[in-house]
Design a protein around this ligand. Structure first.
Ligand SMILES: *Cc1c(COP(=O)(O)O)cnc(C)c1O
Length: 359
């Protein structure tokens, strides 16, 4: 048998150290409530605990492991402690950690079907499963003949941005198809996207990155901070009269400051009538829609072009796993497709082969 030694560790030692690490992890999680949930360190604490330069000679493995308690743990905020009430709950589980190990070992990069068929196929099928658990309309499922489907993003912020860029590309193409003389830059300068004033900051940032106007729709406590059709329609009318082109609305189900639910059954038909892309950000609340008693909160998703939630928030999968579905894969592929020679393969995008190539 070939001996493979990476960083001075061969398979025999990996077996031993791996088992020790699993024990360390299980001990950590079983006794986590005994640790201070918030670290008692000052900014810059870590630099003084380790040398200024990378060592010329390797440390013993035992010393490296000792540094976990000496250097790292004192500066860790223990998100999985039962005393952690900050931000939002983030998920993990023993099976998810084991899966991370396996994925690290396989170590492939599935940027296209051919780059590792199992990556693409597993992702597509799992997102169909998850989509069915949420009772998403069939349009969002890939199946073997569907035009839609799911794709894993790193974060909800990325999903919002990907949807916005796809929407931007779709509207520019549409306008230019009708009026080929119109310049792309002129169109983009008139575009306007919308979200609730309760939406996550990443929505506003997506507008900055995409270089389009992003308007916040005002909400009120009397309406439980939800965006309703009436306010939205009034804003659209005013903006169109001012020569702007509304093209994207990011609805939120479960807003960050107030857990508000935008009224997508009213907003969806407006977006459809105006040819706008509706994206739904349900980053943390989304997992709840699996329960039949909460599923009605997702009614109206049938009007959306894309929908996203984070299994890494509430569904036992550790960071990063943000699940995004689109009704038309072609919208995303159309916006991002690059076709360099070194990525070409015999099995081009089809019902059975998805090459989102969003990365
Ligand atoms: C958590 C959250 C986000 C940000 O999620 P990331 O995956 O960290 O980008 C966005 N929107 C809502 C509604 C959230 O709850």
């Amino acid at each position: 048998m070939r001996t493979r030694s990476v960083c001075g560790m061969d398979a025999a030692e990996f077996r031993k150290r791996g088992k020790e690490m699993v024990d360390y992890i299980a001990d950590y999680l079983e006794t986590i409530e005994q640790r201070e949930v918030y670290p008692d360190v000052q900014p810059g604490y870590l630099r003084s605990l380790i040398p200024n330069e990378a060592p010329e000679e390797p440390d013993a493995y035992e010393d490296v492991v000792r540094d976990i308690e000496r250097v790292i743990m004192p500066g860790v905020t223990h998100w999985h402690s039962p005393y952690f009430y900050a931000y939002f709950p983030t998920a993990n589980s023993y099976p998810a950690m084991l899966a991370d190990m396996l994925s690290g070992a396989i170590g492939c990069i599935g940027f296209s079907w051919a780059a590792s068929p199992a990556c693409t196929e597993l992702e597509t099928v799992m997102l169909d499963w998850l989509g069915k658990m949420l009772n998403l309309p069939d349009d969002f499922l890939a199946g073997t003949t569907g035009l839609g489907g799911g794709v894993i993003q790193g974060t909800a912020s990325e999903a919002t941005l990907v949807a916005l860029l796809a929407a931007r590309s779709r509207i520019v193409q549409k306008i230019q198809a009708d009026s080929p003389e119109r310049e792309e830059l002129d169109i983009i300068s008139r575009l306007v996207a919308y979200s609730s004033d309760q939406a996550h900051s990443s929505v506003e940032r997506a507008g900055l990155i995409a270089g389009v106007r992003m308007k916040k729709i005002p909400t009120a406590v009397s309406k439980k901070f939800a965006v309703h059709g009436e306010t939205f329609s009034a804003m659209l009318k005013e903006d169109k009269e001012a020569g702007l082109i509304p093209f994207y609305f990011c609805a939120t189900l479960g807003t960050t400051p107030s857990c508000a639910f935008d009224c997508i059954t009213e907003l969806g038909p407006i977006c459809k009538a105006e040819n706008m892309w509706m994206h739904i950000d349900a980053a943390y609340a989304g997992s709840a829609f699996i329960c039949p008693e909460f599923r009605p909160l997702l009614n109206g998703v049938e009007f959306a072009d894309s929908f996203n939630f984070n299994p890494h928030k509430w569904l036992l999968v550790n960071f990063d796993c943000s699940a995004m579905w689109v009704k038309k894969r072609a919208d995303i592929i159309g916006a991002f497709k690059m076709d360099p020679l070194y990525l070409k393969h015999d099995h081009q995008e089809s019902g059975l082969v998805t090459d989102y190539r969003v990365s």
